[in-house]
Ligand binder design. Sequence first.
Ligand code: CP
Ligand code: NVA
Length: 302
Amino acid sequence: MNPRHFISLLDLSSDELRHLIRRAITLKSHRDPDYQPLKGQVLAMIFEKSSTRTRISFEAGMSHFGGSALFLSPRDTQLGRGEPLRDSAKVISSMVDGIMLRTDRHDTVTTFAEHSSVPVINGLTDEQHPCQLLADMQTYFELRGDIQGKIVTWIGDGNNMCHSYIHAAMRLGFILHIACPQGYHPDASIVAEAGACVKFFDTPLAAAQQADLIVTDVWASMGQEDEQNLRATAFKSYQVDQAVMDNARPDALFMHCLPAHRGEEVSAEVIDGPQSVVFSEAENRLHAQKALLEFLMCNPLS
Ligand code: CP
Ligand code: NVA
């Protein structure tokens, strides 16, 4: 039997996703140091790109559960010298109980999963960032209840986070309003799969109307640093500022996966203001991923 992997939010059913969110909220409310369901287990973490939140939350989560995590960089392993992914996946999975990867190409993670005998978790690829969505959805449920039927507005780049928001809309039944500059729209095949869950708008102000949650992300993602100036011009009128927040519902929340650039994709007034929940989102990476690790690694072949 193959292990369950978490490469995309679509790898979970709607019920499983709601279960994970509720479990994350429970784990956050009470930390029992004697509860060590992953005692002796090891998570290998392969990072092709930088990270603060993802690395620390997985490492701390494994430690809370009685296990441990190994940080592996392609620079220091044979992965960086061209050892085939399938060979690496077979070898690494023969020695550990779970593997988390943060990679440039999405197909690096899917290839790894094909050849791994243990669960593989996507810790961000150029295409998707599903772990962040677990934390964002936990944050919304904690503060406002179930997100079904709500309106969420994505403003900015149609990037990995935007794709995972589209998947969250499909699984949790909310409507995603999207406002992106020309040429920076999300992948057409991901949008097509989502059908009526996704609606496009020409301006951030129009997209924000009636929104319960406004979300944005950096204009240039990791690996796009050379495009920073070009993108700063293209995204100039896509900043989430107070005028955008004021067009949403009065109790709307603001989210950003971090790291953020104040004065670019979001004004300091908004990210440091009363509607912003960015630091709860960041903390919830720990709780949501503990729920995920428990789900995938306690019964890996179920
Ligand atoms: N949001 C997020 O994934 O942060 P890191 O890049 O710090 O892991
Ligand atoms: N879209 C951003 C998310 C960082 C957590 C990036 O890929 O760099």
